[in-house]
Ligand binder design. Structure first.
Ligand code: FMN
Length: 192
């Protein structure tokens, strides 16, 4: 994955949806291009991370520049004055989506998303759920109306991925593009 040097401060949050690998690959891609990564992993994010990838929370946390407890509502990301450029919830559970959509900031992830929206910064949610009920669809619409961006964990096949990592990266590259930290032409359909 080619990533350029438009260095950003990004808050990456892993929640308890399936697809923990998306969060891991995003964190590593951001770090590989020398961005500053702030990390929050929810309790169920930690469980799915361990179950699906075998990686434990402490190990992945060491790869970030800063990490925070989801219950620490006195941590920096709980304030809109905290200087981050953007926030990504990847994967994003339907529960965290609901909290963000309704401003129910009962943990640091939902509160940081509240702040990101109110400060008009980039908020990206990467849900992995199928099928969707009407409540979930409406919650995605609400976040979109509030200025957030929903990028479903829906890999593309037109680049002819040969490995699971390549499939995963087709989603991660969409996120990197919207964060403004990549100009990887392989992630773009050029018509050639
Ligand atoms: C193995 C596993 C897979 C799960 N997959 C999903 C999922 O894909 N989407 C989802 O919304 N919730 C999923 N859940 C349920 C969430 O973990 C649960 O709703 C939890 O309360 C989310 O909390 P959080 O958003 O604070 O991490 C899964 C749970 C487990 C144990």
């Amino acid at each position: 994955m080619l990533v350029n040097n438009m260095k950003k401060r990004v808050l990456v949050c892993l929640t308890g949806a399936s697809g923990a690998i998306y969060g891991v690959r995003l964190l590593r891609a951001l770090k590989a291009s020398d961005n500053e990564v702030h990390l929050i992993i929810s309790k169920w994010g930690e469980e799915t991370l361990k179950y699906e990838t075998g990686i434990d929370k402490d190990t992945i946390s060491k790869e970030a520049d800063y990490s925070y407890d989801e219950h620490d509502l006195a941590a920096g990301p709980a304030s809109g004055t905290f200087p981050i450029d953007s926030m990504v919830v990847i994967p994003c559970s339907m529960k965290t989506l609901a909290g963000i959509a309704h401003g129910y900031a009962d943990n640091l992830i939902a509160r940081a998303a509240d702040c990101t929206l109110k400060e008009r910064r980039t908020l990206i949610l990467v849900p992995r759920e199928s099928p969707l009920n009407l409540i979930q669809i409406r919650n995605m619409a609400t976040v979109t109306e509030a200025g957030g961006l929903v990028i479903p964990a829906s890999p593309a096949f037109w680049a002819k991925p040969k490995t699971i990592d390549e499939l995963v990266d087709s989603v991660v590259e969409r996120v990197l593009t919207h964060l403004g930290v990549t100009d990887d032409k392989r992630a773009m359909w050029t018509g050639d």
